[in-house]
Design a protein around this ligand. Structure first.
Ligand code: FES
Length: 379
């Protein structure tokens, strides 16, 4: 299909046909493009479900895409029923991994669109969309001497990356200059994925404890469900100052990283005191997709120019031009990215794939995007 042909399709109202929800493959095939031709996505190369409700996925990143710094996350996009859902997952790997692969863990949440989809559907060969790395907190290039990691639940993944990176650099253990301790909280030790990696970290000099918080039998703590495990037994129950003192008696001068639920953060704040807690480096990841409106088209507000106009479902570029604006553009077919603008709010459909995306503050190519409901675009 030639460029003018695609452009004419959008102009002639065939857009409306493309807008009717179908599986993504339908839209892709309709334009003669194969899903696997997308060079910006990640390919699933291995899937494991090592513990209940956790899908561990190894991805091949596209050439030229760097893995996130230790502690940061990849933005993964999954298409479910024609809608793109974006979530953030921290690879667990050390920064030194150089084979182009990244491993993430997705905990299944009841009713969670993405986690349920990946739990049931993820398999080698599956394609996932890839956004920019995100993360407020990463391991600094100038490594802190003493590091205390505190995590709970899904917070295990960024901490695993940080601990693995430090251990791989010889930052802790016999004869090293630094000290690394890690407290990870989970309802039950057997629910924790990556226990084999945690054992390796323990052997590499990381003072690591997996702390069970539910139905605690003190003899269960930190045994990592492996009677041959050499790691010492340790604390149990919710975080206390005693846990910190037991695992990292030197923590007063350590750089403290936290990733976990509010209850864990509150416990750490109580244990450290407000002044010390203010220095804690806390990572938070949130899903930010909003609801998808019924029906295509809507009022498009061009934020910079202050012009609002109704768009019945044609491209945002054509709608802006019809409203008297002259947005920058080039190819008009989604290749050159000249037309890229920030979708401030609302939902838009990518007319090449049929995907609807609602994440606020995202860049969209306005020559191949149409509004689904009211949209604010930074033009
Ligand atoms: S004008 Fe080229 S990508 Fe939109």
């Amino acid at each position: 299909m030639t460029a003018p042909t695609i452009s004419r399709l959008f102009s002639r109202g065939i857009t409306r046909t493309l807008l009717t929800p179908h599986p993504v493959e339908h839209y892709v095939r309709s334009l003669g493009v194969t899903w696997s031709d997308d060079p910006t996505g990640a390919t699933v190369v291995a899937v494991d479900r090592p513990v209940a409700d956790v899908t561990v996925i190894t991805l091949r990143l596209p050439a030229g895409v760097d893995r996130p710094a230790p502690g940061a996350a990849l933005e993964i996009g999954v298409v479910v029923d024609g809608v793109v859902h974006r979530r953030h997952y921290s690879p667990v790997d050390s920064a030194s991994r150089s084979d182009g692969l990244a491993t993430i863990a997705v905990r299944r949440h009841p009713g969670g669109v993405v986690s349920e989809h990946l739990w049931s559907e993820a398999s080698p060969g599956m394609r996932l969309l890839l956004g920019n790395p995100v993360g407020e907190v990463t391991l600094p290039e100038a490594r802190p001497t003493d590091v205390l990691l505190v995590s709970g639940g899904s917070g295990i993944t960024p901490m695993l990356s940080i601990a693995s990176t430090l251990a791989g650099e010889g930052h802790c253990g016999d004869g090293s200059a630094g000290r690394v301790a890690w407290l990870h909280y989970a309802r039950r030790v057997e629910d924790v994925p990556f226990r084999d990696r945690i054992r390796e970290l323990s052997r590499a000099g990381v003072e690591v404890r997996v702390v069970p918080t539910a139905d605690v039998n003190p003899s269960d703590s930190s045994d990592l469900s492996d009677s041959s495990d050499p790691s010492p037994r340790g604390p149990a129950g919710h975080l206390t100052a005693g846990h910190l003192d037991e695992v990292a008696p030197w923590h007063a001068d350590a750089t403290v990283f936290l990733c976990g639920p509010e209850g864990l953060a509150d416990g750490l704040a109580d244990a450290l005191g407000a002044e010390r807690y203010a220095d804690v480096l806390r990572e938070r990841f949130t899903a930010s997709n909003g609801p998808v409106p019924e029906g295509d088209g809507g009022t498009v507000t061009h934020v910079k120019s202050g012009v609002s106009a109704h768009n019945a479902g044609t491209t945002l570029l054509e709608g802006a031009e019809a409203a008297g604006l002259s947005p920058k553009h080039g190819c008009r077919m989604g290749i050159c990215h000249t037309c890229t603008a920030v979708r401030v709010s609302g939902a838009t459909r990518d007319l090449r794939t049929g995907e609807v995306d609602t994440e606020p503050g995202c860049l969209v190519q306005i020559c191949v995007s149409a509004p689904v409901g009211d949209v604010e675009i930074d033009i």
